[in-house]
Design a protein around this ligand. Structure first.
Ligand SMILES: CC(C)(COP(=O)(O)OP(=O)(O)OC[C@H]1O[C@@H](n2cnc3c(N)ncnc32)[C@H](O)[C@@H]1OP(=O)(O)O)[C@@H](O)C(=O)NCCC(=O)NCCS
Length: 183
């Protein structure tokens, strides 16, 4: 693996050319136009792996709230990880893991919990993330929770020194609704 430099920047501090570079990277990795997804997810902290002055790997941390327990009585402000992407030609060389390791370090220092939704559980498990075993739901604006069975087994968490010790991985977990994919 060539030397990867991992940098961070808030969305609001990105130059238009950097934003375009990240959009192109995510679009190429996910194989679809990314502008709408990018806008839907909103701003956050970008973690960018640079190689020779070019961003080749990206992850971002978005502030969100998750609710745990049968009564959703434990609410935690979490670091929700989105847009994890490595340039297709450079995948499988550890750049994604290195970028996610930095994201995990930031989460460990600044948040009570990390969370994300994925179908690549093994990739994150090797980095210390755990697959949520409880049922998942979406919390609507009126407070009602709607089950999201297709996301069961896809939500993952990263515990931090500030994670409440009583948090059971088998408890129900809900996330606030947002347009498009809530999880
Ligand atoms: C998921 C993704 C970000 C991983 O990025 P990456 O840079 O390929 O990740 P890494 O190289 O660190 O790890 C990928 C695999 O290569 C393996 N690997 C890492 N370094 C390696 C090396 N030097 N030699 C051989 N294999 C290696 C890892 O073990 C890992 O195995 P896994 O696929 O079973 O987890 C990338 O595949 C991607 O952009 N996918 C499309 C978008 C996507 O699905 N994003 C995630 C949505 S949650």
């Amino acid at each position: 693996m060539s030397e990867l430099r991992v940098m961070t920047a808030q969305s609001e501090d990105l130059e238009p050319s950097q934003r375009a570079e990240l959009l192109a990277l995510c679009g190429a990795a996910f194989g679809e136009p990314f502008e709408e997804t990018w806008d839907r997810v909103g701003p956050g902290l970008h973690v960018m792996g640079e190689l020779g002055g070019r961003v080749v790997a990206h992850a971002m941390i978005v502030d969100r709230r998750l609710y745990f327990g049968h009564e959703a009585d434990l609410a935690l402000d979490v670091a929700y990880v989105e847009h994890v992407a490595t340039a297709p030609a450079l995948q499988g060389q550890g750049y994604g893991a290195a970028t996610m390791r930095r994201a995990g370090g930031i989460i460990g220092e600044e948040y009570a919990l990390g969370a994300l939704s994925t179908s690549r559980n093994g990739f994150y498990e090797r980095l210390g993330w755990e697959t949520w075993a409880g049922p998942t739901s979406i919390r609507m604006p009126d407070g009602e929770r709607l089950r999201s069975p297709s996301r069961d087994g896809q939500v993952m968490i990263l515990r931090t020194p500030r994670t409440p010790s009583g948090l059971s991985i088998e408890a129900p977990a809900a996330v606030d609704w947002r347009s498009g994919d809530s999880w």
